[in-house]
Design a protein around this ligand. Structure first.
Ligand code: FE2
Ligand code: FE2
Length: 164
């Protein structure tokens, strides 16, 4: 019997592949979310996070090169599902105000998924002594947390109120 996952190192590599797939899916999905947002601040938020997300893809590639891990060839099914639900939201017949609130709900699900993934991966990297990788993963984790906070602030300050 050959076990594909023999150690935390193997699991770490698998987690990185999953994150890489998730981020590359988001690079494709975020432009649609931006163009569907009617609120200017929400749209700009999605556009900014698209730039950050492309940068996050580069960080993962940098980690892959540094640790000799091929990140390709894996599909994050959870992100496929989250993106599919987000698309359903976009195609729904809703008022602009409700759609903005729904876009935030979808986006926050994505951010929480990423926060969970990066938190785990950063911890594994630290535990395994991959200092450089850990620092890059923590940078991305912070961006995801900040994005989640900004979405929360938009929703609570006026987007949800307007959708009532
Ligand atoms: Fe991300
Ligand atoms: Fe994100």
């Amino acid at each position: 019997m050959f076990n594909k996952l023999k150690s935390l190192d193997d699991l770490f590599a698998e987690q990185l592949k999953d994150l890489y797939s998730a981020e590359t899916q988001l690079v494709k999905a975020l432009p649609d979310m931006a163009s569907e947002a009617r609120d200017a601040r929400l749209r700009q938020g999605f556009e900014k996070h698209l730039q950050e997300t492309m940068n996050q893809v580069s960080r993962l590639e940098q980690i892959g090169r540094g640790l000799n891990i091929d990140l390709s060839g894996h599909t994050c099914k959870a992100m496929q599902g989250l993106v599919a639900e987000g698309k359903e939201t976009i195609s729904e017949d809703a008022t602009d105000e409700v759609k903005d609130a729904a876009l935030i709900a979808a986006a926050q699900r994505v951010e929480h998924y990423e926060i969970s993934g990066y938190g785990t991966a950063a911890h594994y990297a630290e535990r395994l002594g991959h200092t450089e990788a850990a620092s890059l993963l923590r940078q991305t984790l912070q961006e995801e947390q900040l994005t989640d906070t900004k979405l929360n602030d938009l929703a609570k300050s006026y987007i949800n109120q307007r959708a009532m």
